[in-house]
Design a protein around this ligand. Structure first.
Ligand code: 5AD
Ligand code: FES
Length: 356
């Protein structure tokens, strides 16, 4: 089968076999990528018209107990500047965000033991009470089922936990031995079971990634069928073991965004900050490839540089006081509009292929 035929079949049947994924990812041409982007864009339009959902991202702690080889805030990085936002500061971010029109707040941080379940529950409850019309997304890593349940009961609706790679061996190349691939995947299933709108995802071009490991990622997404998928290019950080590795490419990231849209038609799919970092118009191109979410930074400008997962991250300077306005302009210039609603996941249209 040609690559265009594979893309058409993915659209019709929502799935490809592992060897077909490998072929597509290994041998795609520029015109295949453009073809996929056109199909992806049409599907996005069918579900979301020209709307782009926004989520206000609050990076509330740069402490992390983990030591992932790719990440700038890994615990071994002595040069990383560490900070924690107080509950009050987090609530101030929400207040500012609400005023700017955000109706989803994403609390993201390293795996920081300071934020015990009680502290997370307290923060979530206060946001939930203060802003009952807003969705609350957590992105705070692996925790126990009981903890996840408490956050859910306190009012958190969504949870992002990138699986990073669906290939066990590859996982072992990205993480120290003490981190468990099985536990991470189990967390995703637990989150779904509890009722969170759940997001998985991975970096594109992470060291050791191959068309075969990416095929596994696509199969996992198909199987987990998450409400959100976060992907962005790997970008090396100077104080990590991967400092000398090549970054992921814009082209492959865009192609994969399109393929994810074609497979998981109604999924919430952000054009990430990392994508905006490897190309000045990366996020715009991401939207044009089928993404439908942007996540402007709401963290206090004073701490933004310190949440450096990778080098040269955008939106960390003084100019970034108002990312929302910046992104609204960027989206408008490509014919899209940022909307203020919560942007919850919606069921599929019945006419769209099979669904399991
Ligand atoms: N480049 C790109 N993305 C990164 N992340 C962590 N480190 C990097 C890096 N060097 C991503 C991971 C993580 C998310 C919060 O950020 O996928 O899940
Ligand atoms: Fe942050 Fe443009 S989105 S400055």
């Amino acid at each position: 089968m040609t690559n265009v035929e594979l893309i058409d079949r993915l659209e019709a049947e929502d799935r490809l076999a592992a060897n077909e994924w490998v072929q597509l990812i290994d041998s795609y041409s520029t015109s295949d990528r453009e073809y996929a982007a056109v199909r992806a864009r049409e599907i996005s339009h069918r579900y979301f018209e020209n709307k782009v959902y926004t989520r206000g991202l609050i990076e509330f702690t740069s402490y992390c107990r983990n030591d992932c080889y790719y990440c700038g805030i890994r615990r071994s990085n002595q040069s990383a500047e560490r900070y924690r936002l107080t509950e009050e500061q987090i609530l101030q971010c929400c207040e500012e965000g609400y005023r700017l029109g955000f109706r989803t707040f994403v609390l993201q941080g390293g795996e920081d033991g300071y934020y015990t379940d009680d502290r997370i529950v307290s923060i979530v409850s206060k946001i939930h009470t203060g802003y009952p019309d807003c969705a609350i997304t957590l992105s705070i890593g692996e925790r126990e089922e009981e903890s996840y349940r408490r956050y859910f009961d306190a009012g958190a609706n969504r949870y992002l936990l990138r699986h990073e790679t669906a290939d066990r061996e590859h996982y072992g190349k990205l993480h120290p031995e003490e981190m468990s691939f099985d536990h991470r995947i189990e967390c995703l299933y637990t989150l779904r079971k509890i009722g969170f709108q759940t997001g998985c995802g991975f970096m594109v071009g992470s060291p050791g990634q191959t068309p075969e490991t990416l095929a596994q990622d696509m199969l996992l997404i198909r199987k987990l069928h998450p409400q959100m998928v976060g992907i962005g290019p790997f970008i090396p950080h100077k104080d990590t073991p991967f400092r000398g590795e090549a970054a992921g490419t814009l082209e492959l990231t865009l192609f994969l965004l399109s393929l994810i849209r074609i497979m998981e038609k109604n999924v919430l799919l952000p054009a990430t900050t990392a994508l905006g970092t490897i190309a000045p118009d990366g996020r715009e191109q991401g939207i044009l490839a089928g993404a439908n979410v942007v996540m402007p930074n709401l963290s206090p400008v004073a701490v933004r540089k310190k949440y450096a997962l990778y080098d040269n991250k955008i939106c960390t300077g003084e100019e970034a006081a108002e990312c929302r306005g910046c992104l609204a302009g960027r989206m408008q210039r490509i014919g899209y509009r940022i909307v203020s609603d919560r942007g919850d996941w919606k069921e599929r249209k019945e006419t769209d292929g099979v669904q399991v």
